[in-house]
Design a protein around this ligand. Sequence first.
Ligand SMILES: [Zn+2]
Ligand SMILES: [Zn+2]
Length: 359
Amino acid sequence: MEGNMKAVVLHAPNVYQVEEVEIPKPGRNEVLVEIKSIAICGSDPGIFGGKVLGDGWPPHYPFIAGHEFAGKVVELGEGASNLKVGDRVAGEAHCGCGTCEMCKKGFYNLCDNYGHSGHHHYGHATPGCYAQYQVYDEKALTLMPENVSYDEGSMVDTAGIAFNGIQLTGIVPGGWVGVIGPGPMGLLLAQMAKTMGAKTIIIGYQDHDRLEMAKTVGVDHVIETTEVTDVVEEVRRITGGHGTDRTFDCAGAGDTLDEAIRMTAKNGKVGVIAYPKVPTTQKALYYMVKNQITVQGVRANPNCSLPVLGLIGHGKLEAGRLITHTFPLEQTAEAFDTFVNHKDGAVKVVIHPNGDEED
Ligand SMILES: [Zn+2]
Ligand SMILES: [Zn+2]
């Protein structure tokens, strides 16, 4: 496709604007996607701010960020054969090289060829979706069921990471799941854990609106940390002294990993999804050994888009309920402000770079 498109172009840390750039051309095994819905990720403000330059994000300026999206295939590159023009697809950030040991085992989120040899980390190391069009390797796209909207599809990357955490640690049907952090990740994870047969507790710090939303999507218990003296004690009380069989740290703040380990039942598992901002204390590590608790790091969402789209399509995951605001591409700055500052009860904020229609 020839011509120009609108994109949010980063020129320096936090210096960006919507401008006209050339529509990219799909290369080998790539397709051009008309971006319909972009969900703002919790990591996007950091990438826009250049704060994660230590990881090479963004790798250079100018750069187009963004990695949570859904859209329509409009052009096929040479060799692309799995998808066809008109296909409605959901994207994911990681695309492995396909040939290294990690990729061969299906762990393309841990590809040994990061940033080269056909590996892409869209919106981080490779240009992303804050634009009207973008090119993607076919491997990074999953066909959406007909009854899943583009807005819901833009939630698949986040929901997939939650799903990967569940996949790595396993859910105990009839058991308890604790989730620290009622953001989009935690809310999606709790819904899936409930669907899989667990009783759920979600824990938030000064997150009243999000805890209210947790109740509306079916979470069994919510704990506002400012209203209890000891979060771990409160979890023990709710679970009849047992603790949570699986606990997920989706906050990574303060003492949340410490609390996650200590609220976990004997022989339980802790999934760490948010990067911990402080080292855990000896108290938690002692408790971890004494009670044989497994702590599992969770990175990204390999092979999770298909089951997540199934859950959404089957009505088992109300991903769309988390979308509280939508904006056109021109109002990206306002969308970020709404998302970052949780304005007006914002949970997930979505941008429509090609208008609001669903076609
Ligand atoms: Zn994300
Ligand atoms: Zn690889």
